[in-house]
Design a protein around this ligand. Structure first.
Ligand SMILES: NC(=O)c1ccc[n+]([C@@H]2O[C@H](COP(=O)([O-])OP(=O)(O)OC[C@H]3O[C@@H](n4cnc5c(N)ncnc54)[C@H](OP(=O)(O)O)[C@@H]3O)[C@@H](O)[C@H]2O)c1
Length: 271
């Protein structure tokens, strides 16, 4: 194991899949020597055609609602794509999700809790964990946001500038995680044994509380109307509670989500 860990830390050819996504962008900042591959450069549903010493596998089908009506395509990316990464034979980090849990617990989910995904997306990500095999770090995180790409923070900033009020669900609780913090934690993970690790921001909130914090920190005057998941009526079911914590003593500890939000806004709203 020591040998594998040392090799991963000093890996020469580091690949980042999903380089066009928000986590991919953060990983490329944290690992400046890595080669980033966008979907155009490698569609992971196709077999690999190159070699690598370490892969940070951030490519995924992340359209949670869209997966409900296109389960085969979602599985082709999240399960088949992960099998293809495993075929490279290099150690890799597979990024998984809090949506592998059903949300019926009312205290933080730890690695030994049994998954029971509610949605197609959650099921494909869980099957992707199995496809990752034994020589992989499975980094489960939650509610990702960053200064690029599609995410809740950027959506709320855009809506908050246009409207006096936004309706946001207040009956789902999780830990919004800044991709910059997850990228730093990913580096720490490489010094730890393979297996499942919960790697999410400290603290928790509902989406409505998160929206209020975004407006507060950004100085935007917009009210948050608290609604239920049922009122929003999205196609994919989501866990009502999906706070992740690690039960493993060596696990990377991430800053509080509010700290992540401030760092993200400092990039999005330079003075
Ligand atoms: N977002 C969250 O809240 C969240 C929470 C927990 C875990 N995760 C996991 O974290 C990882 C990164 O998520 P993210 O938020 O960075 O997602 P993202 O911004 O949607 O990025 C995913 C990237 O994967 C690419 N991709 C999709 N299909 C592909 C394919 N067939 N071949 C190659 N690339 C493909 C996408 O390209 P296109 O833009 O061209 O589609 C996109 O650039 C994923 O594994 C996700 O499941 C995300």
């Amino acid at each position: 194991m020591e040998h594998v860990i040392a090799d991963s830390l000093h890996a020469r050819r580091i690949l980042v899949t999903g380089a066009g996504g928000q986590l991919g962008a953060a990983l490329l900042e944290e690992f400046p020597d890595a080669r980033g591959l966008t979907r155009e450069q490698w569609d992971v549903t196709l077999p690999p055609f190159f070699e690598a010493d370490l892969v940070l596998h951030a490519a995924a089908w992340t359209d949670v609602d869209g997966a409900e009506s296109d389960p085969q395509e979602a599985a082709a990316v999240n399960v088949g794509g992960t099998q293809h990464v495993a075929e490279l034979g290099a150690p890799f980090v597979y990024f998984s999700t809090d949506y592998v849990f059903d949300g019926r617990k009312n205290e933080p989910y730890v690695e030994s809790d049994g998954p029971n995904p509610l949605s197609v997306y959650g099921r494909t990500k869980l099957h992707g964990e199995a496809a990752a095999g034994e020589e992989a770090w499975i980094a489960r995180s939650s509610w990702l946001f960053g200064s690029t790409g599609h995410n809740f923070v950027r959506t709320m900033l855009a809506l908050g500038r246009e409207r006096d009020e936004v309706a946001v669900v207040d009956d789902q609780r999780g830990s919004p995680t800044y991709v910059g913090h997850l990228a730093t934690a990913t580096r720490e993970l490489l010094a730890l044994p393979y297996g499942v690790w919960h790697v999410a921001a400290d603290g928790d909130c509902t989406w409505a509380e998160f929206a209020e914090a975004i407006f507060d920190e950004a100085g935007i005057d917009c009210r948050v109307r608290r609604i239920t998941t049922a009122e929003l009526g999205r196609p994919a079911p989501r866990p009502a509670y999906s706070v992740l914590r690690s039960e493993r003593a060596e696990a990377p500890r991430l800053p509080h989500w509010r700290e992540g939000l401030r760092e993200c806004l400092a990039r999005l709203l330079p003075d």
